[in-house]
Design a binder for this molecule. Sequence first.
Ligand SMILES: *[C@@H]1O[C@H](CO)[C@@H](O)[C@H](O)[C@H]1NC(C)=O
Ligand SMILES: *[C@@H]1O[C@H](CO)[C@@H](O)[C@H](O)[C@H]1NC(C)=O
Ligand SMILES: *[C@@H]1O[C@H](CO)[C@@H](O)[C@H](O)[C@H]1NC(C)=O
Ligand SMILES: *[C@@H]1O[C@H](CO)[C@@H](O)[C@H](O)[C@H]1NC(C)=O
Length: 313
Amino acid sequence: MLLASGLLLTFVFSASASYTEKLARSVCTLLFDGKIPADTQAADFDADSSVYDNENVLGQNQTWADIIEFPDVSSSLVYSSTVVMKKDSLWTNIDVTLSCCRSLISLNRFSDESIFAPGGQLQSGFRRSELIPAINDGTDITVQGTTTVHWSLRSDSSKPFNLSHEYQLVFHETSDFSTSQFMLKTGAPFGQTFVESEHKTLRLEGRQTTSATLFSTPFDDDVWHNFAVTVAWNSTSITVFYSKNSDSLSLANVTSNDNSGQGQQHFGILKLPTGDAGIDVAHEGFQESGLNEGLIYGGIFIEDSSDGCITLS
Ligand SMILES: *[C@@H]1O[C@H](CO)[C@@H](O)[C@H](O)[C@H]1NC(C)=O
Ligand SMILES: *[C@@H]1O[C@H](CO)[C@@H](O)[C@H](O)[C@H]1NC(C)=O
Ligand SMILES: *[C@@H]1O[C@H](CO)[C@@H](O)[C@H](O)[C@H]1NC(C)=O
Ligand SMILES: *[C@@H]1O[C@H](CO)[C@@H](O)[C@H](O)[C@H]1NC(C)=O
């Protein structure tokens, strides 16, 4: 509710309100809008009215107010202008500026406390802070037909990661929690020694058991990395788009993947432990104490691409 009124009130219109709004909102049908009103406080993420699940995924004794900050960095790609591609033809640049909403969410108090306990069982091997769209119950509209999930992320030099560890930064987990259809990772894969050229990278991997890398790019500091992933939930088609900073998204891969299992979209940090091959990484392994890490997310939304509509900028 907050979100809807925020949007209506504060578009900065370059044409008539109804015209601009129609173009900006309906060329591709928006299924989930991850933006939040500008006056949102971190504690609002703990309320039932949050557009994100207010109970998952965070440390057993944490609140979102303990985790989220609003960083002072330039806005990410998708909320400064809108260029929409429908199949192969480019639509007109619409140039809508949103002044209402924060598109930036920083999971910047990632700490020793970030131990999730599903069903009361501590996952003491992992550290986790992940946002899930509140509407995304595992079988909802975001996992039907063909959808495109968008996000941008960037490092925070004051809260660096320890890339000797493997991190998942965005992933889509099946509704039975048994596996993931795709995962964006960085850092040394569990069990490997960190090699900067190979592991200071953003790697989008396909179905968890297949180890297919759909796309990989250097994880340059302090720039926006923009992603979109189009998933056909009832076929094997998956498409990856990527760009940096304010560049329009470019096609990075069209390939096949096991997309079955519906499920939930996670935006956030899942840090694996280090340890011996074969350990139960959720419950065993080593995590150093005194964590002070963070990552900045922006531009989160999910749109319907069943008719081939994908927002590219
Ligand atoms: C949360 O607090 C309880 C009670 O103090 C404690 O037993 C538990 O270990 C804490 N959980 C974490 C993840 O620190
Ligand atoms: C990074 O992680 C490795 C492996 O857990 C650990 O040995 C090292 O002390 C960590 N470095 C920092 C700066 O925390
Ligand atoms: C596209 O993904 C496939 C895995 O399905 C991979 O083998 C291939 O290298 C990828 N192509 C690019 C350009 O990354
Ligand atoms: C798509 O897959 C879901 C989940 O497996 C299933 O419930 C649904 O009936 C399928 N839809 C079509 C059109 O095949």
